[in-house]
Structures are given as structure tokens and as C-alpha cells.
Design a protein around this ligand. Structure first.
Ligand code: GLC
Length: 636
């Protein structure tokens, strides 16, 4: 046998590679078979499909470059825990708005490393449809890139440069739908029955009307309904999101195989984390809301088992906009605990943190987090205050919402508060997808504008500016100590404000572009107040990241205990371990005195040291928390 790229050693190396594949497959096979049987077991040709799945896996494995095979082996050795480390810091950005293109991204690696970033989520990278592409979430070709950024080879080069700098690249894996411009959709449109079966197509409104009775609406104001008429083939197609995003039909095993091949092709280019976009919608079932179905979980388990065989160095991250009870299940539950996604966005937390900030009460954050079922070992939450999407208040309607009264009226209050319509509101956001007569909507706006910086700068009031900066630092500080990977959204580290001109850019009419401003690398044109605020936000975040990275107790495998705070405004938790850490975060504007008894009840008797900010508090009888302050304490 000839030596191959993956096997410079030729025959023997080939054999040992094959053995490794067989060894991994043996470990995964029982659960892979179970998952695929649930999905496709009723088909007469199941065994043929089974063999095809394994062929795809084997081919992807044999094409895996040496450097990535080495990464796989390394991560297999250390367990799937690399992302759980206290060293992990996530950052997400649009490469065009952040740095122009892939070359520009490479030039920004020192900036990202300087901030402490080890995990980079790049949005809108793959080739989307022209014009409005829902911010890159309507993909026309998964194996090609947005030409304005560079080629797919440039992307591969970038993944290598990032890896060399200790940064793992995360890309969106938009597996629920393709753009109507995708080749499969184009063929379907032309009447090709094979490709019409890649989507959920209907000859008339009979079934869509039946389904519609149980379905929710993602974009009720701009894209009402879940089905779109396609005049080219005179059929209706399922479109959960915009009419140009066609939902894939996972009942067809050919779709699963095609997307599996896609994922591995990108993994072999060096993508390390796959963000499973809109994961809850993957499987549809008549008579249900077609969300969070057992088959969707089986599908994710199948992707996971196969990635454990082909590329165990990669990780899957669930993007699930749902309440606390549902999101945890995406790590796998029951006998599949820990066998689904390794990472999941803590979507309800984003909303709960903003609820706490508006009400000055720790109760929303504490109740929501206490309500989160335990995570399986080897997994981690992704915790964030803002991202490219809106804040979905509906995620608070789970049981935890009932605990602190997050009923529709309260969610209506939050919608108005963050649109600046409530008395005493400091926020400058906008309601997203409001529908007349509905009690609440979602909210758009940058972290800084929602936290009051925009209004404070307009007022030119130094005290208000300082308070807004403190609110921003509070949210970042909370994220840094929580259980999981903290994720910073582009520009929040320097307090970028809302972009009100987004509607002037073609394809950017959707209200979420309000909080996707272009990165500002200098302070040209900013008022001195603004430039100063920006510098304070950045410095504070950097200091928090630095503190985080010195604390192994923050490793996600270590657990967390939420506490009743010393006052209703104080969010408190302990990260247990040899030297436990007590974190206090004051969501209120007023200072709070924390009795030494409260601290020693958590940390035990003896001297206490301030980990963040480093104030040296040994011997205090009372610990002071300023308005919106975060403090981390440990036994000295
Ligand atoms: C996810 C994305 C969002 C997009 C949707 C449809 O929720 O985060 O931006 O609109 O999926 O792909």
C-alpha cells in the first residue's frame, strides 16, 4: 500500500489507523445503533443505510489530516474536558465586521490572545444566499465560504494558525435548514423527487394547516407561519424561520448522511466546535409542537457517537432557545447522559441576568439556575450576557419563572423596561417581533446600550456613566465565575453601542442587527467620556479574566452551589473544592454590608482573601459590596 497523506508510514500505519477506528467504533456501536434504529429502524433497507453511514465515517476518518489525528488522540487521552478548564474563554464575532476577512482575523489573533480567548466562534462564514441570509443562517453551500472573507483553503489555514495560538474555532452547523438557493433546494424546485424528499414538501395546505395548529412562530411579525409556497414546483415547504430557509427532512436517512459528511468535511478543515443551530426543531411530528422531540435527541446522539469515532477532538454545542428544563437534556439524559452535545448555551440565563438587572433582585438569576437539572460529567454550559440574537423572555416561563413571578405581565414589563419605556429604565433597546395584543416580545440591543451606557453618555452625566460601566462589569464578572465557559460577544468588551443605521445596509433590516455593530478599533470621534468608559470596561474584563485563569476551582467539572444571598439584591454562589470560592454579585444600585458570619458560613473560619478585586480584606468584620459590584472571596 502507498503511503497516504494521513499515513506517511504506509502499510503498518494504515493497519494501526484501521485498528483505532475499529476500536472506537466498537465502543460507540451499541448506542449508535440504538439511535439510528429509533430514527430509521422501521425501514426495510435499514441495514443498507447503516453500512452507508459507516462508510461515510470511515472515509472521513481516513481523510483526517495528521495534525488533527494528533489532536484527537491528545483529547482522547485527557478526556473530553479540554473546554471545561478555567483557562477557557469564548469570544464570538462576525469576521467581516471584526477584521474584514480571514487574513484580518489572523492579524487579530494577538488581540484575542491578549484578552485570554481560547475559543472563537465565527459567525456567517460559510457561503450564504445573496442578499438577506438571516445573518448567514441561510447557507447555499456548506463546503464553500463567503467569498468576501477568503476561500475555504484560507479558512483551513486560519484554523491552523488559531490552533497554534491555542484557540479552537467554532462554526455554526446550520443543520435544520438550507437556503432555498442550496443545490438540493434548487433541484427540488425543478421537480426532482429525490431532492424534494430532502425537505418537507406538501402538494397543498391540508397537512400544513393541520400542523400549524400546534406550532409556535419564531418570527411572528416578519415571517408569520411555518410553511412557504414555492411557485416553481407548486408545493408548500416547511420553513420554521424565514421563507428562504427550508427545513430539512431528517426522516430521509440520505439527509442525515449528507449532513454528516458535511460536518466531517469541515472538521477535517480544522473546525473544532460545531454549534448545532436551532437544534430543537430538527425532527417534526404531526400533532406535536415539533420541538425537543426524542428523535431530535437521537439524531444528536448519532452525530456525537460518529464524531467520537471519526474525530473525538471535536465538540458539539447545542443552540437551544428554551427554558432550563429542556436545555439540560441536550447533554443527553438517562442512559444517554453525557452522550449528546458536550456544550450547550445557557439561553435562559441570558434572560434571567437581565431580569435581575432590571429588578435589582438576585431572585430571577438564582431561581433559574437552581432550577437547572444537574449536568452530566464531561459537559459544560456556555454562559453569556449577549450574543447576535435577541433576548428571548419566553425562556423564563419554565417552572423557575413561577418561583419569582415571571408571568406574562412581568415579561411585558421586561420588554418595556429594555425598550426604555418604563419609569426609571436605564436601557435603550428595542422590542423584537412585537405582535399587537401579545403581552411581551423579545429584546434587541447591545450589552452597553441595554445596561445604560448609551443613555448616560447622552445625558453627559459622569455618575450615570460610572453606574452603567459598573452594570456592564457586573454582568461580565458574573459570567467569569459561573459554571461553564464564559462567552463574550464582539464589541461588548469595549461597550459598543447600538447601531441605529443597520437598516441602511442591504440584508440587515432584521432588528437583531441593532446589536451587531462593526468593531471599533480606535477612539476616533468618541467623546472623552465615551473613550474613558470604553477603556474602563476593557480593563475590568481583562482583570476578571486574569483572575479566572488562576483559579482551578472554576473548572466546569467542579460544580457550583447557589446560595441565598446576604441581601435580596446579592446573587451568591460557591464553587466548591479544596479551597472553595465564594462569589457575590450585587444586582442592586445600593451598597450592601455582608456580615463576616455569612462569609465564614461558606468558607469556614480563618482569614479570608479577596481574589477579585484584589483589595486585601483580611480581618474584616463586615465585607462591603458597592452597588453592582462583584467580589470573589477565598480562604487565605
Ligand atoms: C439560530 C440563530 C439565529 C437564526 C436561527 C435560524 O437561532 O442563532 O440567528 O436566525 O437559528 O437559523
Amino acid at each position: 500500500m502507498m503511503p497516504t497523506k494521513a499515513n506517511p508510514g504506509g502499510h503498518d500505519a494504515d493497519r494501526s489507523l484501521d485498528e483505532l477506528f475499529a476500536h472506537r467504533l466498537k465502543a460507540q456501536e451499541p448506542m449508535l445503533r440504538k439511535a439510528l434504529t429509533l430514527l430509521y429502524g422501521a425501514r426495510d433497507d435499514f441495514e443498507d443505510w447503516w453500512r452507508r453511514v459507516l462508510d461515510v465515517a470511515k472515509a472521513a476518518y481516513r481523510a483526517r489530516p495528521d495534525a488533527l489525528l494528533a489532536l484527537d488522540k491528545e483529547r482522547e487521552k485527557t478526556g473530553s474536558t479540554w473546554f471545561q478548564s478555567e483557562q477557557t474563554l469564548g469570544y464570538m464575532c462576525y469576521p467581516d465586521r471584526f477584521a474584514g476577512d480571514f487574513d484580518g482575523m489572523e492579524a487579530k489573533i494577538p488581540y484575542l490572545r491578549g484578552l485570554g480567548v481560547t475559543y472563537l466562534h465565527l459567525l456567517s462564514v460559510l457561503k450564504a444566499r445573496p442578499g438577506d441570509s438571516d445573518g448567514g443562517f441561510a447557507i447555499a453551500d456548506y463546503l464553500d465560504t463567503n467569498p468576501a472573507l477568503g476561500t475555504i483553503d484560507d479558512l483551513e489555514m486560519l484554523t491552523g494558525r488559531l490552533r497554534a495560538a491555542g484557540v479552537s474555532l467554532c462554526l455554526d452547523f446550520v443543520f435544520n435548514h438550507t437556503a432555498r438557493e442550496h443545490e438540493w433546494a434548487q433541484r427540488a424546485m425543478k421537480g426532482d423527487a429525490e431532492y424534494q424528499d430532502y425537505y418537507l414538501m406538501f402538494p397543498d395546505r391540508t397537512l400544513p394547516d393541520q400542523y400549524e395548529k400546534d406550532l409556535d412562530q419564531v418570527f411572528p411579525a416578519t415571517a408569520p407561519g411555518n410553511f412557504t409556497y414555492v411557485p416553481e414546483c407548486e408545493k408548500w415547504v416547511w420553513t420554521t424561520f424565514y421563507p428562504f430557509q427550508w427545513d430539512l427532512n431528517y426522516r430521509n436517512p440520505a439527509v442525515f448522511i449528507a449532513m454528516l459528511e458535511t460536518m466531517f468535511a469541515l472538521a477535517n478543515r480544522g473546525v473544532e466546535i460545531f454549534r448545532f443551530d436551532a437544534a430543537i426543531y430538527a425532527w417534526k411530528e404531526p400533532g406535536t409542537r415539533s420541538k425537543n422531540l426524542p428523535e431530535t435527541h437521537a439524531l444528536l446522539q448519532a452525530f456525537r457517537a460518529l464524531s467520537a469515532v471519526v474525530a473525538p477532538g471535536i465538540a458539539m454545542k447545542a443552540e437551544v432557545v428554551a427554558g432550563a428544563r429542556h436545555i439540560t437534556k441536550y447533554f443527553g439524559s438517562g442512559e444517554n447522559a453525557g452522550r449528546e452535545c458536550q456544550l450547550a448555551y445557557n439561553t435562559a440565563l441570558m434572560a434571567a441576568l437581565w431580569d435581575s438587572l432590571a429588578t435589582g433582585s438576585a431572585a430571577p438569576a438564582t431561581a433559574m439556575l437552581q432550577d437547572l437539572p444537574a449536568r452530566p460529567s464531561g459537559t459544560a454550559w456556555v454562559n453569556y450576557a449577549r450574543c447576535h440574537d435577541d433576548i428571548g423572555w419566553a425562556t423564563l416561563r419554565d417552572r423557575a419563572g413561577a418561583l419569582w413571578g415571571a408571568d406574562d405581565a412581568h415579561l411585558g414589563f421586561l420588554t418595556r423596561f429594555y425598550s426604555g419605556e418604563e419609569k426609571n429604565s436605564f436601557a435603550r433597546g428595542q422590542a423584537f417581533q412585537p405582535v399587537a395584543g401579545e403581552p411581551f416580545a423579545a429584546t434587541n440591543g447591545t450589552l452597553a446600550s441595554l445596561a445604560g451606557l448609551e443613555a448616560a453618555l447622552d445625558a453627559g452625566d459622569e455618575k450615570l456613566i460610572a453606574t452603567a460601566v459598573a452594570r456592564i462589569n457586573l454582568l461580565h464578572g458574573v459570567l467569569m465565575g459561573l459554571d461553564g465557559v464564559p462567552l463574550i460577544f464582539m464589541g461588548d468588551e469595549i461597550g459598543l453601542l447600538n447601531d441605529y443605521d443597520h437598516t441602511d445596509t442591504p440584508g440587515c433590516a432584521d432588528g437583531r442587527w441593532l446589536h451587531r455593530p462593526t468593531m471599533r478599533w480606535d477612539t476616533d470621534g468618541l467623546t472623552p467620556d465615551h473613550a474613558h468608559a470604553r477603556q474602563r470596561i476593557f480593563a475590568s474584563l481583562k482583570a476578571m479574566v486574569r483572575a479566572r485563569k488562576t483559579l482551578p476551582v472554576l473548572n466546569a467539572e467542579g460544580g457550583i452551589r447557589y446560595l441565598a444571598g446576604p441581601a435580596s439584591s446579592v446573587f451568591a454562589y460557591v464553587r466548591p473544592g479544596d479551597g472553595p470560592l465564594l462569589a457575590l454579585a450585587n444586582f442592586g444600585a445600593d451598597p450592601i454590608s455582608v456580615p463576616a458570619d455569612y462569609v465564614s458560613a461558606q468558607l469556614g473560619q480563618g482569614a479570608v482573601s479577596d481574589i477579585f478585586p484584589p483589595l486585601s480584606c483580611a480581618g474584616e468584620d463586615v465585607y462591603h459590596l458597592a452597588g453592582y459590584q462583584v467580589r470573589w472571596l477565598m480562604r487565605a
